[in-house]
Write a protein that binds this ligand. Structure first.
Ligand SMILES: [Fe+2]
Length: 211
């Protein structure tokens, strides 16, 4: 659940997204957190269209890179709006996500203190035409257990888990965007507030811990 509660890691970690100009942390976006529990949250962002200022300066942006099938990274606007990514996390273990035209649910199933399963479900609408369904399926290659983007998360979360376990009491401090759970005042995406909010609420209901 931590993985999708920090919107900024994508532009640091996912070279696939940067290489093809699909996501930048300074693109227009917003983080919203449930005010009561601070444990549910959503971030939503609009993909830059045209040449974004500064994109050319990013070392891993490769306008010369191509795929054998570029349709993998070609999104089409739906609902007459802009091309977006939206990820909603619902406490404790459900994720509802729209990434370009790909619609997904993720479930985190704890198997024990150090083990979990992550299930992905992809969906569309009954009245999608064949082209729309194929577009959703092609874009599904970016996510899932061995997706071009999500495979990075799978690897890094193991490092992260190993790093925390080495600390006394298995504790760690996440300070990006401050110490509290509230999103930045302007709602921007450079924050770890939703991760702090998740654990704040988790500790409250599991241990009665108000700190
Ligand atoms: Fe990621």
């Amino acid at each position: 659940m931590e993985n999708i509660k920090d919107p900024y890691h994508a532009s640091l970690l996912h070279v696939f997204l940067i290489s093809f100009g699909l996501y930048r942390i300074d693109q227009k976006g917003v983080t919203i957190t449930d005010e009561r529990t601070r444990s549910h949250n959503v971030f939503a962002s609009v993909r830059n269209t045209g040449e974004a200022t500064g994109t050319m300066e990013m070392k891993s942006y490769r306008p010369d890179y191509t795929l054998n099938d570029m349709r993998l990274v070609k999104a089409a606007p739906e609902y007459n709006d802009e091309i977006t990514i939206q990820i909603q996390t619902i406490f404790p273990d459900l994720v509802l996500q729209q990434q370009d035209n790909s619609l997904q649910l993720r479930y985190v199933i704890p198997m024990g203190p150090n083990e979990f399963e992550l299930l992905w479900t992809y969906f569309g609408y009954e009245d999608d035409d064949e082209e729309t369904t194929m577009r959703r399926l092609r874009q599904a290659n970016l996510t899932g257990p061995s997706g071009f983007v999500s495979v990075d998360d799978t690897e890094v979360l193991e490092y992260s888990c190993a790093g925390i376990q080495a600390n006394p009491g298995n504790t760690a401090v996440l300070e990006l965007g401050g110490r509290g759970a509230a999103p930045p005042e302007d709602g921007n995406m450079v924050t770890e507030g939703p991760i702090r909010g998740f654990y704040e609420y988790y500790r409250t209901i599991m241990y009665g811990d108000q700190d």
